[in-house]
Every structure is written in C-alpha cells, then in structure tokens.
Design a protein around this ligand. Structure first.
Ligand code: AP5
Length: 223
C-alpha cells in the first residue's frame, strides 16, 4: 500500500457537518467514509455484543469505550476498499484513539494527510442536530430548516418516503454530546496542530461553502 493513500480526519462537535461533508467527499473523490457513529448504530441495530454495550452510552450522549470503537474501526479498515483512501468521520475522539490510529497507520505504511477541524458555535449545533433526519432507504441526510427535500417527505436521491430521526438527536442529549466533545475530543486539535497536519474551516458557513473549503484542502493533498 502506498504511503500517499489519503487519510483525512474530520474533527468537530455534533452537527459540525462531518457526515454531510464526508458523504460528499466519498461521492465526488471516491474516498471511503468511515463513520464510527454509523458503525456503532449498525452494531446496535444488529444486536451484537458491541452494540448491546454501546446502546445506553450513545443514548446518554457519552463516548463509547476505546476498546469497542477500536475493534470496530480496525475490522473495517482491514477491508480492501479502504486502500483507496479514507475519511475518518467522528474518529479519533480521545487521546487513546488518536494514539491507536497513529500505530495502525504506521503498521500499514500510511500517514495522516490532513486533520480538518470544522469550527462552529455550540448553540447553533443544538438546532442543527435536533432538526436533522435521514432517508431510511438510502441514508441521504436532510434538515427541517437547512436542507429540505424538493418534495416534503420524499427523498430527492432515491424517492424513499421512510424518513428517520436518531434516538440521540434531542436537545438534552446533544448538550451532553457537546460536553463530551469539549472534554475529550477538542484537545486533539492541538495534537494534530503539533504534528503539522491541522487545517481549520469555518463550518458555520453554508454547506456548499464548507464543501468548497474542503475541496481546496483535498486538492492540495492530491486526493
Ligand atoms: P456520531 O454519529 O459520530 O455523531 P456526532 O459526532 O455527534 O456527529 P453528528 O452525526 O451528530 O454530526 P455531524 O458532524 O456528522 O453533522 P451532520 O453532517 O450530520 O456519534 C454518535 C455517538 O456514537 C457519539 O455520541 C458516541 O456515543 C458514539 N461514538 C461515535 N464515534 C465514537 C468514537 N470514535 N468514540 C467513542 N464513541 C463514539 O450535520 C448535522 C445537520 O446539520 C444535518 O441536518 C446537515 O444537513 C446540517 N448541516 C451540516 N452542515 C451544515 C452547514 N454548514 N450549515 C447548515 N446546516 C448544516
């Protein structure tokens, strides 16, 4: 595997736009979106031992243990499609996860291309996250105010009509998730700055502007 295979990290609190932007990068640049939140929700839905352990923690807005998250992520990263390049969406979130990622990448002969901090105001994130929903058929994301489908209740992408909201997307839990972000994840911004791979983006800007800013970064790192 080439050490030039892109490895992008998207850092940011709940609602910063990590998932929205990672999905666009996957579609437009052919990178693979690795969302530990999506992986954990799939484990919860499947009722695996990891999912059973994670469910209550996620509903409370706290972080799932490094042990569980690392096991799930390592299994996914071992799959061949990840050789194309990856966008880590919601990982790492703790010092321990960041250290484990460094080791995992070193073992694969890879390195972090850029860690992008999506910078936002906390209060605005409560509204962004509480208003969010997705198409149950294809996973396309929408928002009550910021990203409505052309026809209410119908997915623009696949025509599905089964829209879903996440169990942890209520104002009380979002505030707990924000606390967890500031206590355990925000310190990683300085960690990646010290490594010389940090990029900052104003993620309060409209979605298309954030996408354009990310495009400039991914262009520079030759994704
Ligand atoms: P996870 O699924 O990762 O959730 P999160 O980090 O809280 O992030 P979100 O998915 O809520 O937000 P996002 O930044 O992706 O925003 P989005 O693009 O959807 O984690 C959930 C839980 O799993 C955690 O609380 C934890 O328990 C556990 N977990 C996951 N990973 C873990 C790990 N590594 N370690 C331990 N535990 C872990 O955008 C939000 C909304 O805003 C959308 O409706 C979108 O359309 C809209 N929007 C996006 N950008 C903009 C913009 N620029 N302007 C206006 N609206 C926008």
């Amino acid at each position: 595997m080439s050490d030039e295979t892109p490895v992008l990290i998207l850092l940011g609190p709940p609602g910063a736009g990590k998932g929205t932007q990672a999905r666009m990068l996957e579609e437009e640049n052919g990178l693979i979106q690795l969302s530990t939140g999506d992986m954990l929700r799939a484990a919860v839905a499947a009722g695996t031992p990891a999912g059973l352990a994670a469910k209550a923690v996620m509903e409370a807005g706290a972080l799932v243990s490094d042990e569980i998250v690392l096991a799930i992520l390592q299994e996914r990263m071992a799959q061949p499609d990840c050789n194309k390049g990856i966008i880590l969406d919601g990982f790492p979130r703790t010092d321990g996860q960041a250290a484990a990622l460094d080791q995992l990448l070193a073992d694969q002969g890879r390195r972090i291309t850029a860690a992008v901090s999506l910078e936002v105001d906390d209060e605005a994130m409560v509204e962004r996250v509480s208003g969010r929903y997705t198409c149950g058929a294809c996973g396309e994301g929408y928002h009550d105010r910021f990203r409505k489908p052309a026809k209410a209740g119908t997915c623009d992408k696949c025509g599905g009509t089964d829209m879903k909201r996440r169990a942890d997307d209520n104002a009380t839990t979002v505030r707990e998730r924000l606390k967890a972000y500031h206590a355990q994840t925000a310190p990683l911004i300085a960690f990646y700055e010290a490594k010389g791979v940090l990029e900052r983006i104003d993620a309060m800007a409209p979605i298309a502007e954030v996408t354009a800013s990310l495009g400039r970064i991914t262009g520079r790192v030759a994704v």
